[in-house]
Design a binder for this molecule. Structure first.
Ligand code: 26Q
Length: 821
């Protein structure tokens, strides 16, 4: 006989029904008969959570009792999206839940749409962290993700007269059924204050950080359910709270209101995600956010080490690996040094060795403006002791290893220093700190890693060649195929078995089906089904009707000049113009689909959004184009909208200036779902080309070397302007008053391409891009050929599973065991 307690969490129809109705009645206080859709969504999520939490506890217990090494992933961003469908599919509960709800008169798929996205990130870096969490649990690797419990995630985007308007994203205004507060693991964080040197009774000096301000960090845990695995790791997000004791003094002085104002200020620390995907430097709150979550996370890791084992500190790295997701959490390096040297009183050299064995760093960008630096003046005010530690690390490095390798070479010292001197001020180079403070630095695609070694860190690479390695990014095939495209997932499983979901190399077995016309027909029908669905969404959100038989041409990613949405835009203007000149122009009908948010202060990016919307407004209402052209800008692009667009895409735009896009991951998701790539030889496109073969991809434009040569020769965009009539007319038309009635509206865009030197070589690549687009058009009109190419894409991108990436991290960087339950 089952005990009632056990009955409550069985994976059966009856048990799930009981759980859901119990949550409706006892957790939410609702009547089953009159509960809202949102109540049903919450109750269903809680019923699933019940089934998952026990496994989270078991995983933790097992990891602790076996004393295995864990990886601690430190990231300022996690773009988790929705969790219910993912957790249902990964845990094999989807069909049971669907039936159970149906029995109670509810439609699961409708409830799934009730869930708000957890959008605690900007773009690729944040979504990568989410894919990695999925793979870590799936592969039974012991892991904890640490981040910030932002009250407001990335802004919600609206268009008003074609312009981006930002609104707050109150993702957890109604609470979230997935997160659980852990008040017993609350941490205290110190900030500001000053450092004093003290001496013990033997005359040995040490440092004390005093007169600090205190903050509390409350952890919220989110269970991470792997696919077909018993491991449930957690994502632990810190929320800032005021330290009530600290304010007691003020209360006693009768300044009740002042005290509460202090409290409100303390709580701003985890209030909002910075909506930039390139550095916004010098913002004190950002530094405080970084240190706040790093200090909480390290204290948590240290607590676990001290309570769990009775080991000397030298064994710390054998229990804990810490991965820095870009330099954003790099203050963890001086923080661990502070704990070891000031608190635990370990000598410097030993502490430094522990640090280097513990940390590793992933670089996500080569763009000089996106490399984080902090002015030493600001750093000293917020974290005085940490700045001292950084200076000491730097002093020992420059006078030790650098001097030994390049005696007397001041130039080498200048370029390697952790401190940069510019414009009269000193700045801490967080990337240098990250390379120096760890044992591994990796880039996120082969080309990017090569450029990292050759161009960004050549002297560090000379000094420590073994410290650098490539770990090409990947994406989780569960969310980006099984969840978002269950129809294709089922067809693949029917054709080659379900092994591909855990071993993506098996997808290659699909390759031979490219020559099977009945398979091609089914593959195409699935794509068409998604296009019909997306067309409906487009109709509902944009009020534009599009044909599912048109070529769906998709560019979805953050808006940035280097990603060159304006290159795409110029080509559409050209098509529009050529169609008006010649209404008989024989081209396959196309729907151009954009999804992109611009950083609120990125003026030119917002100008490009406005230009695309203005063009869309004209094209979509112009009867003369005969339905051959539509332009759609889907507002509020995010994970959930991506899950609708990606399965419906025919063409994937990956058109960054060569050398600027570190990897890209949307390129992988789209290829996996059978979209063909039009792209430059940049980031992971290079490796996608290697995998799918040159016949199944459209590559154009300058290479990294071509870009360098062009700059060396002296780039003049006017040369290209005058050389291409098509380009000239398109750009001039766009910048005229035709699209908005105001001839100055898109002057910033035009000026950036001409008077301001076109830093991302849009003009230089335009003709090659247009020619490549003509090839796309030709290929699409040969549908059997196109379908074959699409199938080869799905079949050949198994390399880009985040499982492969994570297994490489586990083997080469973290040295982690797989621990099955
Ligand atoms: C830094 C300081 C202050 C405010 C914001 C930031 C900040 C925030 C987010 C800087 C950068 C980011 C995000 C960068 C990012 O998403 N990079 C992308 O990472 C992907 C995963 O590796 C790559 O595929 C993309 O090529 C890369 O652009």
């Amino acid at each position: 006989m089952e005990t009632p307690a056990n009955c409550a969490v069985l994976n059966t129809n009856e048990s799930l029904k009981l759980s859901i109705t119990n949550h409706l009645r006892f957790t939410l206080g609702a009547y089953v008969e009159s509960a809202s859709e949102n109540d049903w969504f919450v109750a269903t999520s809680l019923a699933v959570r019940d089934r998952v939490m026990e496994r989270a506890t078991q995983s933790r217990t097992k990891h602790r009792s076996q004393g295995v090494r864990r990886v601690h992933y430190l990231s300022l961003e996690y773009l988790m999206g929705r969790l219910l469908e993912n957790n249902l599919r990964n845990s094999g509960l989807y069909d049971i839940a669907k039936q159970a709800l149906k029995d109670m008169g509810k439609d699961l798929d409708t409830l799934l749409q009730k869930e708000p996205d957890m959008g605690l990130g900007n773009g690729g870096l944040g979504r990568l962290a989410a894919c990695f969490m999925d793979s870590l649990s799936t592969l039974d690797l012991p892991a904890i993700g640490y981040g910030i419990h932002y009250e407001f995630g990335l802004f919600r985007q609206e268009f008003v007269n074609g312009r981006q308007v930002e609104h707050p994203d109150a993702w957890m205004r109604d609470g979230s059924p997935w997160k659980i507060a852990r008040p017993s693991y609350r941490q205290t964080v110190h900030l500001y204050g000053k450092v004093i040197q003290k001496f013990d009774e033997f005359g040995h000096p040490h440092h004390e950080w005093v007169e600090t301000k205190c903050l509390l960090g409350l952890p919220w845990d989110i269970p991470i359910v792997g696919y077909d695995s018993s491991t449930v790791n957690v994502l632990r997000l810190w929320q800032a709270q005021a330290d009530e004791d600290f304010n007691f003094q003020v209360f006693n002085e009768g300044s009740y209101v002042d005290a509460l104002r202090e409290k409100a200020i303390a709580e701003t620390v985890s209030k909002v995600l910075y909506p930039n995907d390139a550095t916004e430097s010098g913002k004190e709150l950002r530094l405080v956010q970084q240190y706040f979550f790093v200090a909480c996370s390290l204290a948590d890791i240290v607590r676990r080490f001290k309570n769990g084992y009775n080991l000397p500190w030298s064994e710390f790295p054998s229990k804990a690996a810490i991965q820095l997701n870009d330099t954003h959490p790099a203050v963890a390096i001086p923080e661990l040094m502070r704990i070891l040297v000031d608190v635990e009183r370990i000598d410097w050299a030993q502490a430094w060795a522990i640090c280097q064995k513990t940390f590793s760093y992933t670089n996500h960008t080569l763009l000089p403006e996106a490399l984080e630096t902090w002015s030493t003046a600001l750093f000293e005010r917020v974290l005085p002791r940490h700045l001292q530690i950084i200076f000491e690390i730097n002093h020992r490095f420059l006078t030790g290893e650098v001097e030994a390798r390049w005696p007397g070479d001041m130039e080498k010292k200048r370029v390697l220093s952790l401190i940069e001197e510019r414009g009269g001020g000193k700045h801490v180079r967080m990337a240098h700190l990250s390379v120096l403070g760890g044992h591994a630095t990796n880039g996120v695609a082969a080309l990017h890693t090569r450029l990292l070694c050759e161009r960004l860190f050549p002297e560090f690479f000379e000094l420590y060649p073994d410290r650098f390695l490539n770990l090409t990014n990947g994406v989780t095939f569960r969310r980006w195929l099984d969840v978002c495209n269950p129809q294709l997932s089922a067809l693949i499983t029917e054709s080659i078995g379900s092994g591909w979901l855990k071993d993506s190399s098996k997808l290659r077995e699909l390759d031979r089906f490219a020559d099977d016309s009945s398979f091609r027909e089914r593959f195409q029908q699935i794509k068409r089904g998604h296009k019909v669905h997306l067309a409906k969404i487009i109709q509902d959100t944009c009020g534009v009707s599009v044909s599912p038989d048109a070529l769906f041409d998709v560019q979805i990613k953050r808006l940035h000049e280097y990603k060159r949405q304006h290159l795409n835009l110029l080509h559409i203007v050209s098509l529009y113009r050529r169609l008006l000149e010649n209404p008989q122009l024989d081209i396959a009908p196309r729907v151009f689909i954009f999804g992109a948010k611009a950083a609120p202060g990125y003026y030119l990016a917002k100008n490009i959004i406005h230009a695309i919307n203005a063009l869309a407004n004209k094209v979509n209402h112009d009867p003369r184009v005969g339905g051959k052209l539509k332009v759609i800008f889907m507002p509020n692009y995010g994970v959930s909208i991506a899950e609708r667009i990606i399965p419906a895409a025919d063409l994937s735009e990956q058109i960054s200036t060569a050398g600027k896009e570190a990897s890209g991951t949307g390129n992988m998701k789209l290829a996996l779902n059978g979209a063909l790539t039009i792209g430059t030889l940049d980031g992971a496109n290079v490796e996608i080309l290697e995998e799918v073969g040159p016949d199944n991809i459209f590559i154009f434009g300058l290479t990294v070397e071509g870009v360098t040569d062009l700059y060396k020769r002296g780039y003049n965009p006017w040369d290209f302007y005058w050389a291409s009539e098509d380009l000239r007319l398109s750009l001039d038309w766009l910048a005229s008053d035709y699209f908005t009635g105001n001839q100055d509206e898109f002057k910033p865009l035009r000026d950036s391409l001409l008077t301001h030197g076109d830093p991302f070589l849009v003009m230089a690549d335009y003709d090659a891009y247009a020619a490549s687009q003509a090839e796309v058009d030709k290929a699409y009109r040969d549908q059997p050929r196109w379908q074959k190419m699409a199938i080869h894409n799905t079949a050949r991108v198994g390399k880009f599973s985040s499982d492969r990436t994570i297994l490489e991290y586990a083997e080469k960087v973290w040295k982690l065991p797989q621990v099955s339950m």
